[in-house]
Design a protein around this ligand. Structure first.
Ligand SMILES: *[C@@H]1O[C@H](CO)[C@@H](O)[C@H](O)[C@H]1NC(C)=O
Ligand SMILES: *[C@@H]1O[C@H](CO)[C@@H](O)[C@H](O)[C@H]1NC(C)=O
Ligand SMILES: *[C@@H]1O[C@H](CO)[C@@H](O)[C@H](O)[C@H]1NC(C)=O
Length: 530
């Protein structure tokens, strides 16, 4: 009995020691760094400092320039509809106007829980801001005539690694002793080498002071100052305070994991090998005859390219053939869910999105889309869709967001584009394009398609992509739209069922878009072409 007891006691102690070793690491901090560093002392100091600098000279008068001042963001955006200046038949067609939608009103009115929803949105937004905040975003102003020399940007360290801080120095008139100090919040200081006649306090601590009777010795020592990140965070920054008697400066060290690339090995060839570079993705619902025409037309021009089909029909039919991947989904899962599924299966560098009722022609030159994606920084490029009537659409849109304070921001949707792309006279930069586009697969997966948008949805993807995708549109890559505009009484049974499902005027669809814009994207209102 006794020996068993002793053995288990020993085992217990060894396990305990191992645990201590496992968790104990020199300089490490046990918590997960999730705290906002908004109210940290550096921030408070900075606020006071910049406030003093920016608020100086109160007694010198100035004259506001309205035309410039009105362009500055004031955090008080509004959504205004264009007024109808005169009314004639078809005036909306001749003079397109902008309409406004007050989402807060439309989504919250008649909702018994409107206050709770508002609070919940505010909470979610707070934690989003906390997660996306970086101390590197803080405004830093360098004061006039500081004797301190330091790096203003470009200093980077990997989490828990050590670097030499480049560029530190002091330029001061003769005095008996020279002193500088450094302090940090997410790391510690040390020196990679020591210099005679320099005394250092606070090695391996968050605050280090260096002093010497010789300025040259001190400056030599400053060339060896190191910074070690001690709090693990894959992407943040530390604000460093660097000062001497009577002077303070701030700079940031970015704490970042190395960005791991996602490269595609598409084989080497002199010309663009579309089979190796592109997968065509589509979603089908109730339109197998159209889908077959699409596949036939693709095979005519690109016999070996992979086609991925997401299908949420109630009674799925087999779609087979070489290099066709047919994914069956639960019935009626919807439009964006299908896009998500299809794109998630793409293994090539680029994915081409087409609707199931499009038809490839000799004008559908995928090489042109690949070329612009290869030669520019664009992530996504849209083409043009030719209707049966001969009308060709590019559906170019710009999206802009204005800050609106606590109630949410304003989203403004307009037809048009930002500018023509140099070297590609048929192409422009925009924020939203037509549903015939080619994109970098991994960038498209990063944005994703909100699977709740089941019946319709298009611009919602581009709203989510704002700020992360660089988008273009070229009107010389053209695909045909097979669907004729039928009169309702001449439609087949399947077509009627399709229209009923997709364009059903049930209020559910509209309410959902309002919720997505109001809650998920935190807009209070939108304006868009009527
Ligand atoms: C850094 O050191 C200075 C000088 O001792 C001190 O006034 C300041 O509060 C320190 N800042 C932080 C963030 O510790
Ligand atoms: C194009 O890529 C496909 C698939 O990777 C490959 O089988 C084919 O040999 C390539 N064609 C050329 C001309 O390199
Ligand atoms: C398609 O694949 C077939 C068989 O693998 C090959 O003979 C043909 O050259 C390919 N065509 C193109 C355009 O890559």
């Amino acid at each position: 009995m006794g020996s068993i007891y002793k053995k288990s006691l020993k085992l217990f102690m060894v396990a305990g020691l191992l645990l201590v070793f496992y968790f104990w690491r020199p300089w490490s901090c046990s918590g997960v760094d999730i705290q906002p560093r908004r109210a940290d002392p550096i921030q408070t100091l900075l606020d006071g400092k910049t406030g003093k600098i920016l608020g100086a000279y109160p007694d010198i008068p100035y004259h506001i320039k309205e035309e410039v001042a009105s362009r500055l963001a004031q955090n008080t955006c509004v959504c205004l509809a264009d007024e109808e200046t005169f009314h004639v038949p078809f005036s909306d067609l001749l003079f397109p106007r902008v309409g406004a939608n007050n989402l807060a009103h439309a989504f919250l009115q008649n909702n018994p829980h409107s206050e709770k929803i508002k609070n919940h949105r505010a909470q979610e937004y707070n934690s989003f801001q906390r997660r996306s905040y970086s101390p590197a975003d803080v405004l830093i102003v360098a004061e006039a005539n500081s004797p301190l020399q330091y790096p203003t940007q470009g200093v980077k360290v990997q989490p828990l690694r050590t670097i030499i801080i480049p560029g530190l120095g002091l330029k001061q008139k003769k005095r008996s002793e020279y002193m500088v100090y450094l302090n940090a919040t997410l790391g510690t200081f040390d020196v990679a080498a020591t210099v005679d006649k320099v005394s250092i306090k606070g090695l391996r601590e968050k605050k280090m002071t260096l002093s010497s009777p010789q300025l040259t010795a001190l400056n030599r020592q400053l060339q060896f100052v190191t910074y070690t990140s001690t709090v693990f965070h894959p992407r943040t920054a530390d604000s460093i305070q660097f000062g001497t008697e009577g002077y303070k400066s701030f700079f940031t060290i970015k704490v970042e994991q190395k960005k791991i690339p996602k490269l595609y090995n598409s084989g080497y060839s002199d010309e663009y090998n579309i089979t190796a570079l592109v997968t065509i993705a589509t979603k089908t619902f109730l339109r197998y005859n159209k889908l077959e025409d699409l596949i036939k037309s693709i095979r005519q021009y690109y016999p070996n390219v992979t086609i991925v089909i997401a299908d949420d029909n109630e009674h799925p039919q087999r779609v087979t053939g070489p290099r066709i991947e047919h994914y069956i989904m639960p019935y009626g899962k919807g439009w964006f869910a299908g896009r998500n599924l299809a794109v998630s299966q793409v293994a090539t560098k680029y994915v081409l999105w087409v609707d199931d009722d499009f038809i490839f022609t000799s004008n559908t030159k995928l090489e042109k889309m690949v070329d612009i994606l290869e030669r520019t920084t664009l992530d996504l490029v849209g083409g043009a869709v030719r209707e049966v009537t001969g009308y060709t659409a590019t559906y170019r849109h710009t999206l802009s967001v204005e800050e609106g304070g606590e109630d949410g921001d304003c989203l403004h949707i307009r037809r048009g584009y930002h500018h023509v792309i140099e070297g590609f006279p048929n192409c422009v930069v925009a924020d939203g394009v037509i549903n015939f586009f080619m994109a970098r697969t991994h960038k498209m997966l990063e944005v994703g398609f909100d699977p709740r948008l089941s019946r319709s949805g298009h611009l919602e993807f581009f709203v989510d992509a704002l700020g992360s995708l660089h988008i273009g549109s070229c009107d010389d890559v053209i695909i045909n739209h097979a669907s004729k505009i039928h009169l309702p009484w001449s439609k087949t049974g399947t077509e009627k069922a399709y229209d009923k499902f997709r364009y059903s005027k049930s209020n559910g669809g509209m309410k959902l878009v309002e919720e997505i814009f109001y809650f998920k994207n935190r807009f209070k209102c939108t304006t868009s072409p009527r």
